[in-house]
Design a protein around this ligand. Structure first.
Ligand code: 13P
Length: 258
């Protein structure tokens, strides 16, 4: 495949962390620390309640805003849900869809993920579709089949020309830190192997040109000390960072560390 050089994207997923004040403070610090970064795209994804105020902080800077989830209907009687248009209205240009924590704790299926992806495309909100296998699946050597199915079902009925709104995040569940110090990041070699497989799957589903234009982020214990090795790999086009994105200093070291 003929890879064209892509601008890397480093995204912070704050998950269920930070009060409004803490979120605004962290965003303000990141804005200052990262103001000189020109060759990378930067995204922060705070909890819903902080989106509007964080946007006020980062508006006009080189940091973009994203949400951690979205619903698949535009409006109506869906208590507790938020639509792509509502997210755009408060300044979001991205949303994370199908994170493994949502799949595990909220039983999100590939079908639900696909409905969310398709409404985001229709509303021109960029979607970061998360895929990734469990430790058991990797041990049984079914990890590629599992990720292929997540891609095929998650992107069902998505057209080639709509893929400009899609970013993929490969997050092996066993590598996500979850506050557990025993979790280990994937080796750069293992991550690259899966990223190449994901790109090949996209090429089969769409075509080579489309597959080469999609950014594939790595997520799972990305830290200041391993970002360089991961980002040196051909098919790794950025990162989706959890734990190490909570502290502005460590997030800035990741963004500037490659
Ligand atoms: P950690 O960086 O804490 O492993 O989390 C990764 C992740 O789930 C990002 O979405």
């Amino acid at each position: 495949m003929n890879m064209k050089k892509m601008v890397p994207l480093i995204a912070a997923n704050w998950k269920l962390n930070k009060t409004l004040e803490e979120a605004v403070d962290a965003a303000s610090m990141m804005k200052i620390m990262l103001s000189d970064v020109k060759d990378k795209e930067i995204l922060i994804c705070p909890p819903f309640i902080a989106l509007a105020q964080v946007y006020n902080v980062i508006k006009g800077s080189n940091i973009m805003l994203g949400a951690q989830d979205v619903f698949w209907e535009e409006k109506g009687a869906f208590t507790g849900e938020v639509s792509p248009m509502m997210l755009k209205d408060v300044g979001c240009s991205y949303v994370i869809i199908g994170h493994s924590e949502r799949r595990e704790y909220f039983k999100e299926t590939n079908e639900a993920v696909n409905k969310k992806v398709r409404l985001c495309i229709a509303d021109e909100l960029n979607a970061i579709l998360c895929v990734g296998e469990s430790f058991e699946q990797r041990q049984k050597k079914v990890h590629k089949d599992f990720v292929e199915k997540e891609l095929e079902e998650g992107l069902a009925r998505v057209k080639r020309e709509d893929m400009k709104h899609i970013t993929i995040a490969y997050e092996p569940i066993w590598a996500i830190s979850s506050g557990d110090p025993n979790h280990k990041p994937a080796t750069a070699k293992d991550a690259q192997e899966m990223h190449a497989f994901i790109r090949k799957t996209l090429a089969n589903m769409f075509d080579d040109k489309t597959a080469d234009s999609v950014r594939i982020l790595y997520g799972g214990s990305m830290k200041p000390d391993n970002v360089k090795e991961l980002m040196a790999k051909k098919d790794i086009n950025g990162g989706l960072v959890g734990g190490a994105s909570l502290e502005p200093e460590s997030f800035a070291r990741i963004v500037k560390g490659f």
